[in-house]
Every structure is written in C-alpha cells, then in structure tokens.
Design a protein around this ligand. Structure first.
Ligand code: UD1
Ligand code: CA
Length: 455
C-alpha cells in the first residue's frame, strides 16, 4: 500500500530563543529534522513532503541530500492549515496512506510508525498517543464510554475536566488520503488560537462515520522539542537508548550515564568503556579493546584487544590490534597504526603510518612520516615536517633506534637498522646499519665558578 509522508516544519520555534531555526538544532550532532527524515525514509515512502515557512533557506541547504518535495506555508495558520497546503501535491489513490510527522519530534522509531500504519487495516485514521504525568501543553485524547477516540481537545480549548486527561496527542497520525481530505475540508479556526487545527480532523472524520483508532508509545519516544530544556531532555533520551543498545550487545561501561555517543557506532562484544568517554561515528571498535576515561574518539577504526588509556584524543585514524595508546596521546587525522604499536604519553601523530611492533613512548611529534617495524623512537623526537611553506616526509625503516631529543629535518630518510645518537639533528639520509650523531663535542672546564650577584 502506497505511503506518503508529510513532515510539518513551518512553525517559528519562538520558545527556543535562537537565531537558528528550531528544526536545525541538534540531538547527538544531527539536526532534529534529519532525525525525522531518516526515520521517514526507512518506511520507503512514495512521496515525502516537508511543509516549511518563509525563510527556510538554511533548512533546505542542510537537507539538500534528501529527495524532498518542499511545500511553502507562507503564513502559520495552524497544523491543519499546514497539511492543507501539502495534500493537493500528493498524487495517489484515495485509499493510500498519509503519515503526518512533526520535524520537532525526532526520536520516534520506524517500528512504532509501522505499527501505527498497521492500524489502517481496520481504520481510516490512526493516532499515536502517549501517557504523561504532566499533560501541560498537549492536546488531550477524549474517548467515549466504549473507550473509542472521539476527539482531540487542545489545552487552551479544554474545560477543567478534560485538562485532567493524561493520554495526550503526540501529533503523529496516519490516515487514508480520502478520509484526511474530507476531514481537512471541514476544519474551521473557531478556537482559542484562531488556528486550523489538524487535531480537529479527528472529530470531523468521526462525524463522517469513519473509524478512528489509537495506539500509544513510550513518552520518551514522542517527546517534542519546543524549548532548550526539552531539547536537552530529548538528548538524554537519545543517549540512554543508544547506550542501552550497546550494553545489550555485550559492551561494558563503568559509568554509562557519562558516555556520550553520536553518529554510526559499531562496537563488538567485550569492549569496555570507562567514564566520561565521547565516541563520535562513524566508528568501529573490535572485540576486547578497552577505552579508559576522558577519551574522545571520532571517525576511526580501532582493532582488537587494544588499550586506550585515559585522556586520549583520536580523530580520523586507523588503529590496529593489540596497540597501546596514551595516557594523553593525540592521534590526528590520517594516522595509521598497524598491530602492536605503542604510542605513549604526550605524543602527537598526524599523517603517520607506523608499522607493527614500533614504539613512540614519550613526548614526540610524528607528522608526515612513515615508520617501519620494531623501531624505537626515543623521548622528545620531533619530525620537523614544515619549512614554513611546505610539508615534507620523514621515512624511517625497520629496526631503527632513534635516541631521545632527536630532530629529523624532513625530507629525510633513516634506513633499516640505523641508530641515531640522542640529541642529534638529522638533515641527511642515514644509511642502513650505521650510527649517526650530530651533537657538539662535550667540553669540561674544571672548578667552574658561577657568576655572583653584584651588590
Ligand atoms: C500540537 C498538537 C497537539 C499535540 C502537540 C504534540 C495541534 C493543533 N496540536 O500542538 O495536540 O499534543 O502538537 O507536540 O496540532 N506547524 C506548521 N505550521 C503551522 C503550525 C505548526 O508547520 O502553522 C508545525 C510546527 O513546525 C511543528 C508542528 O507543526 O513541527 C507542531 O506545531 P506546534 O505549534 O509545536 O504544535 P503544538 O502547540 O505543540
Ligand atoms: Ca510542538
């Protein structure tokens, strides 16, 4: 059965107190409207329309990657009016399905929505409702004696008895196109807000002797965003849900509430994550790896049984199996570590490919470099890759030993098995199995008198 989706996004979002359109505010780094678009596309709609207000340039730019039919609602005369603008654009049979979503309700699952669609097997309109402790601000679901849905009454139009009702409208509904068209044709704006309410379609369709049903979903899923506080709540719900999925799939977290997740994250079972860790996808982490506290990892692949100690920062990198990083390692873009590599404290790497068994244990900068297997890079070694205008490569072979406090002035090559004495400044190629040293000869002046302070 053909499905068409209408997403309402024309509201002004005044309560956000922001110069950014409400639906471009983000949850887990992704705009509210994109969360909704992804859920909607997962249902394979034939047509997907987004109703927007004036001034939607930024929204359209941000959503340029999605095949959206944009519909202008020049004046915001209510949710019913918004749907009225979109409905004539739907080219489908009267018995096809129309699903209405709000761009400011980002956490609905496609499961819940296909469940709602299923309701149309026996009804012309199906509502998604939820039970809340505090119904303030929501439309109340009014049911009659046999508990079938009669109407939705907006808070401002509700008498005090109706205001007590705790089953409320999520705003989400699915209907047969024909029934929805008939319902919309009957709307008026004779209400407290002088708006055309989509919610009035329910009573209107009911009067046509058509059948209406409702199913409910957990309140966390249908939480809408009208204010910054609600945006923060939605973020908490999203994070809780993602963490729960990881915990269920065999990942341990010593303090789940402090682990922040964003984007697509693939973690194998038996990975353990310490407190205050931020993981930003796309990201994959293989089995047995441990990520200690205060580490941030984004857009990277991490192998098996690797240990990442506290306070590491890893970005756009590939890390092999059984590596050990940090604490306090900064792994910058295009770092590629093979297996069994050790990167110690206060080491920075960038555009560096480091082969297996190699160690860079302390206080070094390895940028624009390639290092072979089983090489040891001493403390304080610097790849001097930048001449003030261009970047140059440092190539280091296998089984090289580089003494502490060495500067490798690129472009330069150190061949297999070479040794560099501590404190050297290397500017020329070092041949295989040789020793290079470039320090000044030591001088001793005996019985040295230090200068004394003049009175
Ligand atoms: C609406 C529902 C209410 C429900 C609540 C759930 C109506 C009349 N009320 O109220 O029953 O409990 O959502 O969150 O439908 N929009 C437009 N054009 C307009 C007005 C709104 O596109 O002219 C869009 C907004 O961008 C938003 C959505 O419709 O995405 C809901 O609008 P909003 O003003 O937030 O409705 P509520 O008062 O929250
Ligand atoms: Ca709302």
């Amino acid at each position: 059965m053909a499905l068409n989706v209408i997403i309402l996004a024309a509201g002004k979002g005044t309560r956000m107190r922001s110069t950014t359109a409400k639906v471009l505010h983000t949850v887990a780094g992704q705009s509210l409207i994109e969360h909704v678009l992804q859920t909607a596309y997962a249902l394979n709609p034939t047509q997907l329309l987004v109703v927007h207000g004036n001034d939607a340039r930024e929204i359209k730019e941000q959503c340029a990657a999605y095949p959206i039919e944009w519909v202008l609602q020049a004046e915001q005369c209510g949710t019913g009016h918004a749907v009225q603008q979109a409905l004539p654009k739907i080219k489908a049979a009267d018995n096809s399905q129309v699903l209405i979503l709000y761009a400011d309700v980002p956490l609905l699952s496609s499961n819940t929505l296909s469940g709602l669609q299923g309701q149309l097997a026996e009804a012309d309109l199906a509502l998604l409702t939820m039970q809340v402790n505090d119904p303030t601000g929501y439309g109340r679901i009014v049911r009659d004696a046999d508990s079938s849905v009669q109407a939705i009454i907006e808070e401002r139009d509700a008498d005090s008895a109706t205001q007590q009702i705790k089953e409320v409208n999520t705003g989400i509904m699915v209907a047969r196109l024909g029934a929805l068209r008939e319902g919309l044709a009957l709307l008026n704006n004779d209400n407290a807000q002088a708006e055309f309410y989509l919610t009035d379609c329910v009573a209107a369709i009911k009067q046509q002797a058509k059948k209406i049903t409702a199913i409910s979903c957990p309140a966390e899923e249908a939480q809408g965003v009208n204010s910054r506080a609600q945006l923060a709540m939605v973020e908490v719900h999203y994070q809780t849900r993602q963490r729960q999925q990881l915990l269920d799939s065999g990942i341990s977290m010593s303090d789940p509430a402090t682990v922040y997740l964003q984007g697509e994250i693939n973690i194998e079972a038996d990975v353990s994550i310490g407190p205050c860790v931020e993981l930003i996808g796309p990201l994959s982490i293989a089995a047995g790896t441990h990520i200690a506290s205060h580490t941030v990892i984004s857009n990277s692949r991490i192998g098996q049984n690797t240990k990442i100690h506290s306070f590491c920062h890893i970005e756009d990198a590939t890390i092999g199996d059984r590596c050990e990083l940090g604490p306090y390692a900064r792994i910058r873009p295009q770092t590629e570590l093979a297996s069994d590599v050790k990167i110690g404290n206060f080491v920075e790497t960038k555009k560096a490919s480091i082969a297996s068994g190699t160690k860079v244990n302390h206080l070094s900068y390895v940028g624009d470099a390639q290092i072979g297997v089983n090489t040891n890079i001493g403390a304080g070694t610097i790849c001097c890759n930048y001449d003030g205008a261009n970047k140059h490569q440092t190539i280091i072979g296998d089984n090289v030993f580089i003494g502490s406090d060495t500067q490798l002035v690129a472009p330069v090559e150190i061949e297999n098995g070479a040794t560099i004495a501590a404190g050297s400044t290397i500017t020329k190629k070092v041949p295989a199995d040789s020793l290079a040293l470039s320090r000044a000869k030591q001088m001793i002046i005996n019985a040295w008198q230090r200068p004394k302070k003049s009175k």
